[in-house]
Every structure is written in C-alpha cells, then in structure tokens.
Design a binder for this molecule. Sequence first.
Ligand SMILES: Nc1nc2c(c(=O)[nH]1)N[C@H]1C(S)=C(S)[C@@H](COP(=O)(O)O)O[C@H]1N2
Ligand SMILES: [Mo]
Length: 334
Amino acid sequence: MARRTNLGLLLLLVAAFVTGTLGLMTATALSRLTLIAHGVAAFALLALARPKLAVVRRGLRRHVWTRWGSLLFAVLLAASMTFGLLHSSGAVRELRGYTTLAWHIALALALIPVALWHALARRTRPRTTDLGRRSLLRAGLVVGGGAVVYTASEMTLRVAALPGAGRRFTGSYDSGSRDPQGMPVTQWLLDDVPRIDPATHVLTVRAGGAERSWSMTELARFDDAVRCVLDCTGGWFAEQEWRGAWLHRLLAGSGDARSLEVRSLTGYSRRFAVDEASRLLLATTAGGRPLDAGHGAPLRLVAPDRRGFWWVKWVSAVELSALPSWWQPPFPLR
Ligand SMILES: Nc1nc2c(c(=O)[nH]1)N[C@H]1C(S)=C(S)[C@@H](COP(=O)(O)O)O[C@H]1N2
Ligand SMILES: [Mo]
C-alpha cells in the first residue's frame, strides 16, 4: 500500500510536470488539453495526500537525518500547488510584482532537484503486481477522482463567477486587449528596456553571404496588419492590431536556408522555420500607435499562435541559416 502510494505520487508528479511544461510551450488547442491533464493530475495528487500522510508518519521516525529534505519537498510542493490554485481561480493574481503563475512555476522548478533527491533516497521499486487488477483499479479511482474534482472545480469557478472562469484556453487572463499602453511590459528573465533612436536604428537581414539593411523609414512604408493575441507564459494575454511588414517580404528568397533567427539588440533571440516567415510580422505599431519602448520600439516580432517568449522585442537582425529550427533550447535561457 505504501509502496503503491509512493509510486502513484511519483507518476502523477511527473505527469504534472510534463503537462505543465507542454502547456507553456503551446498557444493552440493542444494547450487546453495539456492544462486539463495538468489539473486532473493536481487533484489526483491531492487524493493521495491522506494515504501519504500514513507513509510519512512512519518515515519521519526512520529517516531522522534526511527528513528535513523530505519536509522541504513537501513544503515546496504544497506552496507550488497553492499558487497554481490562486492563479487558476483568479483569487490572487499577483504577489510582490510577480504573477501567481510565475510563483507557481518558480516553485515547481525549485522542486525538481529536491524531488529527484527524494525519489532516489526513498526509492520505490515497482513490482509486476503493480500492474495487477487491484492496483490498476485503484489507480483508475485516483485519476477518475482527480477528473471529477477538476470538473467540479471548473464548474465552481463559473457558478461563483470567479475571475478564473474567464481565462483563455491557455489559462491566461486578459490584460490590456485593444489597449497596448495597458498591456504589461514583460521580460523573459534578464533583459532591460533599451532606449533606441528610431532615426538611426536599422534592421539587418543576412542570408547566405548577402546582407541588406532596412531603416525604420523604409520599414514604415509597409502596411501589413494582423490582429492576434500575445499570450505570455506569466499568465496574461492581450489582443491587439499590429502593423508592420510580413517578414518574408524582407527576404530576397531563402535559398536553401532551413531556419531564421530573429535577434534583439539586447542579445535575446528565437529561431523559426524558414517557411514561417510569411506568418511572422515585424511590427512598428500596435493599436494604430507607434510601439512604446517597453513593448519593443521601434521594431518587434509578432508571432501569431506562439507564446509571448517568441515575440522578440527591439529586433535588430534576422539571419537565415542552414540550422534546423529546433536547434535552440525550448525556452530562452536569458
Ligand atoms: N528582447 C526581448 N524580447 C522579448 C522578451 C525579452 O525578455 N527580451 N520577453 C518576451 C516575453 S516572455 C513576452 S511575454 C513578450 C512581452 O511583450 P510586452 O512586454 O510587449 O508585453 O515579449 C517577448 N520578447
Ligand atoms: Mo512572457
């Protein structure tokens, strides 16, 4: 019983981590599916809290020295789950300048090394009987219970008209749609807002050996527009009308390039497949007004259906290359 409880908790924790990560990577229908699975896993974890307490009571006596590590594990997990609930219900959206979703993620990341240690130090060996009828039935009950409570929690949000009911399918809250000035200024990790003089700023496009520079005056002659949603993994979104130039219009063919890297003056960058160029907009305005410094002036990338961290601000260079588009960390590192 104890062994299976531990095994179940481990599997659910891995499931929660994987679905949470996938949810942050996607901005299309897949996001909803992963977030439903994330919620179900979370409530199923809670269902195992009671049987786990019995295991813990015995463990505290047996592992006198390392119990502090286990305690840290429990505290981080409880804190992360609490922030997850605060975010998804909308009860609290921000704490000390960070969104509750950012807290949820930060605590989950801090949990990883402790969870790895805990899983190794208190190793549970699976047995073939774990795949027996009884344990599968119990696993089904736990996950099914998680699904029922998850559904009930979603219905409660709606009945109680809590802010969480109005979230987008990615779990994000509307923050400044059709009001670019009201939109949060968000950096992935470390960037500072640079002040750029549009009169001297140029966009350099490199392809093969060739190089072409575009001044902001030249770029202002394009008038391509797209209305779409910037959806930040920090838990907010905003829909705006963006204007500028579709990226493929600035490329004189792509030769045999496979990817293109969009680079910021700050060093931040993301790589895209080359055939995405016709769906990427280099924007100079939002909602009919020039971009603010914080939102990427004078030039920022608009990447419809991609999460906010792809929307490189203060773009200074686009470089085509033979590298595949997946040749980069899945999330930026700075
Ligand atoms: N150069 C640069 N561009 C960036 C970032 C960054 O840190 N540096 N953060 C990204 C993230 S995480 C988001 S959500 C959007 C936020 O855009 P906004 O500040 O205009 O709302 O910018 C993206 N572009
Ligand atoms: Mo973001």
